[in-house]
Design a protein around this ligand. Structure first.
Ligand code: PSU
Ligand code: MN
Length: 337
């Protein structure tokens, strides 16, 4: 217990340092970089529950207003929307700030893009960056946030072992200790290879079973099953919180992914989804939609072929994941206080 207490104290000091409003000072004196809202910084410094949220979902997701901040608050946690606002890396964006990013347009920002956007910002050319899971994890970690709720994880694309199109989300999970709650990967990705890749990266993948026993599938976004067994299983948010704390106290710096299957009422069966996806993938190939035109084409066709069910399903799963994330953050805060 003494060791545990000491670890916690060290962590608290580290977190409150990194969470201070002016956490980063550039060595060139160009000024303070990371902007953390007062509410988020206070909550982090006192180990109260905080949930990071991404901005790609708004700038590139076309899902409309999701009211994710309200969901987080309703479940007793503080929302921390992360993104790059006119070149300023920000944790705790306000609703009008996010609206401004959507309205003015933002670049999709993963780890590789952050320094570019922020550096340009320092020279007065502030561009907005809607942060992906990987970009959001970087900012959340800098601010000392441990839990992040979102829609779906990027993955290894089909044919990715040849094209090397593997989402930076996976390598981020290998190096940045933030717990990401999502509904797994879209079924048009290569899910078996994605799981292999995450294992190599040292990222825990554990799926919420909610009382289900026996083998539990890693979820495939719109479908609750993928045909691939989840490498690990958690029954509830308390277990997830204990695992997050264990990872921290073991000093393992990699991230964790807790997969939360889409709510039953919105789920599309694996068989239906696979039929739709194989049509969309074949058409994309025939019509020459490759590279970065591939995913947008497939998504459009999925929307059409599911007769509009895919978008409400996407909204519902994001909201359910964010609720989960808030509950995990509350459980974690209980363990820390
Ligand atoms: N998967 C979804 N919806 C999304 C994304 C992924 O179902 O909006 C976004 C997330 O921000 C994720 C990013 O981090 O896309 C992954 O993009 P890429 O495959 O280019 O790494
Ligand atoms: Mn990619």
């Amino acid at each position: 217990l003494a060791v545990q207490t000491r670890l916690l104290q060290t962590d608290r000091r580290r977190y409150s340092q990194s969470a201070s409003k002016h956490a980063l000072h550039s060595s060139t004196g160009l000024g303070r970089l990371l902007k953390v809202s007062e509410e988020v910084a206070d909550a982090v410094a006192t180990n109260r529950p905080v949930v990071a949220l991404e901005t790609t979902i708004y700038t590139h997701g076309a899902l409309g207003d999701l009211h994710l901040e309200d969901i987080v608050r309703k479940h007793g946690a503080v929302p921390a929307v992360c993104g790059v606002l006119a070149g300023v890396p920000t944790v705790g964006l306000t609703v009008p700030e996010v609206e401004r990013m959507v309205h003015e347009g933002a670049q999709k920002a993963s780890r590789r893009d952050l320094a570019y956007l922020v550096g340009k910002g320092l020279t007065g050319k502030g561009i907005h960056g809607g942060t992906t899971i990987s970009g959001t994890m970087v900012l959340a970690r800098l601010a000392g946030i441990r839990v992040f709720g979102t829609g779906g994880l990027g993955g290894v694309h089909r044919g990715g072992h040849d094209s090397l199109d593997i989402s930076a989300d996976l390598t981020e999970l290998g190096r940045t200790r933030v717990a990401v709650i999502s509904s797994g990967c879209k079924g048009f990705l290569d899910i078996p290879r994605t799981l292999e890749y995450l294992e190599t990266q040292g990222a825990l993948v554990s799926t919420f079973a909610d009382g289900r026993t026996g083998a539990v599938d890693f979820p495939a976004f719109w479908a609750r099953d993928s045909g691939c067994a989840s490498p690990a299983v958690v029954q509830n948010e308390h277990e997830a919180a204990a695992i997050i704390l264990a990872q921290e106290q073991l000093g393992i710096e990699s991230g964790l992914h807790f997969a939360n299957p889409i709510p039953e009422a919105f789920a599309i069966s694996r068989e239906d989804m696979e039929a739709v996806i194989s049509i969309a993938v074949r058409e994309a190939e025939e019509k020459g939609f490759t590279g970065n035109k591939n995913t947008p084409y497939i998504l459009t066709r999925i929307k059409e072929l599911t007769q509009g069910r895919s978008v409400p399903a996407n909204r519902a799963l994001v909201q359910a994941n964010v609720e989960r994330a808030a509950n995990v953050a509350v459980e974690l805060s209980r363990l820390l206080l």
